[in-house]
Ligand binder design. Structure first.
Ligand code: ZN
Length: 294
C-alpha cells in the first residue's frame, strides 16, 4: 500500500517535471521565403512559423503578389498573428492591403520611425507608381502599422529582436530581425542577393553587415533576390566582392554598357538587372547629373 502511494507520488513528480521540460522547450520554428517576379522588383516576404502561429516580414509591393503570399500562408495551416515592415519603402509595405484583407485580425506593426515615414511615403509612393502598376496597387489611403513599444517580435513564446535605423544597400532607416533559434536574420534592403547599387561610401553599410555577421547566422534573407535564390549567410561576403568588382571594372571600361556587360558576365543569373543598369549609368554620369535614389 505504502509502496503504491510512493509510486503514485513519483509518477506525479515525473509528470510535473516532463510538463515543465516540455513548456521550457521552444517551438521549432520554420522559415519560408517568397520572392516576387522581376515585375514586382524581386522583393522578398519572409514567413516564420511555429506549431500554430505565423508572422510575416515585409508584405510585398503588388497586390497580386501579396495574394500569392496569402495563399502560401493559408497552405501552412497556421494563424497569421503579425505583419512587420522593415522600412518605409513601398515595395516592403503596399502589399499589406491584400494581406490584411485576407487576415483582418492580424496585427500590422513597425518601429516608430518607420511608421512616421510611412505617413507621407504611402500616398506619395503609391501615386508615383500608379501610372505603371494601376490597380495592382492599393488606394492612396495609408494603412499605418501599430508602433512597437519594444524593438522585438514574438512568436510562440520566442523573442525575435529587431535592430532599427540601420544603413543598408538602399539607404538609411532600415531594420533587421534576428531569429535566434533558427540562426537566421531577415534584413530588408540592408542586403541584396542580386545586382545592386554600390554606395559611394561603403563605411556605414559595412558596419551594418558586421553587426549582422556578429550574430553568426546560417541564414540571411535579403530584401531582393532572384526567384529560387538560397538565403545562406554567404551573401554577407558576396556584397563586398560585388562592390569591389564593380569599382575595378568601372576603372577599365569606357561606357555604362560595357560595365553592365562585364558585371553580368562575372555574376550570371542574378536578379535586379535594373539596379545594375542604374548603378552603371550613375557611375558614368557627371556628379551633378547623378540619379536620385529611388
Ligand atoms: Zn526594397
Amino acid at each position: 500500500m505504502a509502496k503504491a502511494v510512493l509510486n503514485k507520488r513519483l509518477l506525479t513528480i515525473l509528470l510535473a517535471t516532463s510538463v515543465r521540460a516540455f513548456a521550457a522547450e521552444p517551438a521549432q520554428l520554420h522559415l519560408d521565403v517568397y520572392t516576387s517576379s522581376a515585375h514586382g522588383y524581386a522583393v522578398t516576404s519572409t514567413l516564420v512559423y511555429g506549431d500554430k502561429e505565423l508572422l510575416l516580414i515585409d508584405p510585398q509591393f503588388l497586390l497580386s503578389e501579396a495574394r500569392e503570399v496569402v495563399a502560401r500562408i493559408k497552405a501552412t495551416g497556421r494563424t497569421l498573428t503579425t505583419v512587420y515592415t522593415t522600412h518605409a519603402h513601398p515595395d516592403h509595405f503596399l502589399g499589406v492591403a491584400a494581406i490584411l484583407e485576407a487576415f483582418p485580425s492580424a496585427r500590422y506593426v513597425a518601429l516608430p520611425q518607420v511608421r512616421e515615414r510611412m505617413v507621407t511615403a504611402w500616398p506619395a509612393r503609391r501615386n508615383f507608381w500608379f501610372p505603371t502598376y494601376g490597380d495592382d496597387l492599393p488606394s492612396e489611403q495609408a494603412i499605418l502599422p501599430e508602433t512597437l513599444a519594444t524593438p522585438e517580435l514574438q512568436l510562440e513564446g520566442q523573442h525575435l529582436p529587431i535592430t532599427g535605423e540601420q544603413t543598408g544597400l538602399d539607404g538609411q532607416g532600415n531594420s533587421f530581425v534576428h531569429i535566434p533559434s533558427l540562426r537566421a536574420v531577415v534584413t530588408g534592403d540592408i542586403v541584396f542577393n542580386s545586382h545592386l547599387r554600390p554606395p559611394a561610401d561603403t563605411g556605414p553599410l559595412y558596419e551594418t553587415l558586421a553587426r549582422i555577421a556578429a550574430l553568426d547566422p546560417l541564414i540571411v534573407v535579403a530584401g531582393h533576390q532572384a526567384q529560387g535564390a538560397s538565403s545562406d549567410a554567404s551573401v554577407l561576403q558576396f556584397i563586398p566582392t560585388y562592390i569591389d568588382e564593380f569599382r575595378a571594372t568601372r576603372q577599365r571600361v569606357a561606357s555604362p554598357e560595357a560595365l553592365i556587360a562585364a558585371m553580368k558576365a562575372r555574376f550570371p543569373g542574378l536578379g535586379r538587372e535594373d539596379a545594375l543598369e542604374q548603378a552603371a549609368t550613375q557611375a558614368f554620369a557627371p556628379p551633378a547629373a547623378a540619379a536620385p535614389a529611388r
